[in-house]
Ligand binder design. Structure first.
Ligand code: KG4
Ligand code: ZN
Length: 333
């Protein structure tokens, strides 16, 4: 019954989790509010706050799991991709903890971990399944053949979907992080109030930079006519932008499921916390007779439970790394 300590620090959340025999016993997430004043994550500040948060987060994860640190059998950590200074804090902590207690170390790819969040709760998807992984830095359609055998069959050529949401919210003058704010306003707006273009990208790839420019010009032109245009129409703008982003994502997912003849379809990553996307997948899933899978809210955005569960499956394979393992800002599957 292996007990795994999972550590996540790739961006601006410091998180620690305990997983015992494939069950998550705790998942502590320390959010960093310092970035709100800057409208985006400041890498140097993120790294410093990780240093302050990492020890209390790990301590709390052990307390919440009602175990002792002597019970821990291995330490799993996010090696990449992410901000190097942020990753360095988690990687250094994991190495020090493992060295001090003579424990094996397990490296985890953050993007694979978002997919493996589906193995935390029941029901679990069956292999092969498709996973649309949408976060602040990535937009990928992943064909998941096995726990660690994943193929990216479609991805963004420029901005990620989360980035498009965050940049739109910045244009609208909403506070950071933008995705949840757009979600909030979209719930009370008319999604058909404004039409934004759907990019014509061949195959299963995405592009969001043209959409971002279209939104920028739309706001600029309308604000010239009515200086209060954004304030007067914030809910309708958010609902219309969200609807376009969701249809872009789901149209490609539908195409991928047909191309690969897959019936189990999943959502992962921070943007999968979006209400419009979650509802959209459910509706499309019923229409296409898919089995759809969406992780619990707390396992969508960055968290260490997904690192701990990925670590658990690697532990079963005996897949360990040495103390010489360095973080990677870019890390292929
Ligand atoms: O996976 P994640 O927590 O961090 C990265 O690895 O990037 O994803 C963060 C992204 C941000 O772009 C954030 O705005 C978006 O997820 N996000 C949302 C919602 N919650 C988080 N986007 C739309 N609706 C939400 N409710
Ligand atoms: Zn993430």
């Amino acid at each position: 019954m292996p007990v795994i300590l999972g550590i996540e620090s790739s961006c601006d959340e410091t998180s620690a989790s305990i997983c015992a025999d494939g069950k998550i016993l705790s998942n502590v997430i320390a959010n960093q509010t310092i970035h709100e004043a800057y409208g985006g994550v400041v890498p140097e500040l993120a790294s410093r706050v990780h240093q302050q948060n990492i020890v209390p987060a790990v301590q709390q994860s052990i307390v919440n799991a009602k175990i002792s640190k002597n019970d821990i059998d291995a330490v799993a950590f996010t090696r990449g991709p992410g901000l190097l200074g942020s990753l360095l804090v988690g990687v250094s902590f994991a190495k020090a903890f493992a060295l001090a207690r003579n424990l094996p170390l397990i490296e985890v790819n953050h993007m694979q971990a978002h997919v493996l969040a589906h193995f935390i709760d029941e029901p679990k998807p069956s292999f092969p399944f498709l996973c649309l992984t949408v976060s602040g830095g990535h937009t990928q359609i992943v064909l998941v053949k096995d726990y660690f055998n994943m193929e990216i069959v479609g991805q963004t050529n420029d901005d990620a979907a989360g980035e498009a949401l965050d940049k739109t919210s910045k244009i609208l003058g909403l506070p950071y992080p933008g995705g949840p704010m757009i979600d909030k306003y979209a719930r009370i707006g008319n999604p058909n109030a404004y039409q934004f273009p759907e990019p014509q990208i061949p195959g299963l790839d995405f592009s969001f930079s043209g959409l971002k420019t279209a939104i920028l010009y739309f706001i600029r032109d309308n604000t010239r006519l009515n200086p209060n245009f954004v304030q007067d129409n914030i809910a309708d703008i958010c609902a219309s932008v969200e609807k376009r982003i969701v249809t872009i994502l789901l149209n490609k997912l539908k195409k991928a499921a047909q191309q690969y003849d897959v019936k189990d379809v999943a959502l992962a990553g921070g943007v999968s916390a979006n209400t419009g996307l979650r509802n959209g997948l459910k509706v499309l899933g019923e229409e296409m007779a898919w089995n759809t899978f969406i992780p619990q809210f707390q396992y969508c955005t960055d968290n260490a439970a997904m690192i701990a569960i990925a670590g658990y499956y690697k532990y079963l394979k005996g897949d360990f790394v040495g103390q010489d393992t360095a973080p990677l800002a870019r890390m292929p599957f």
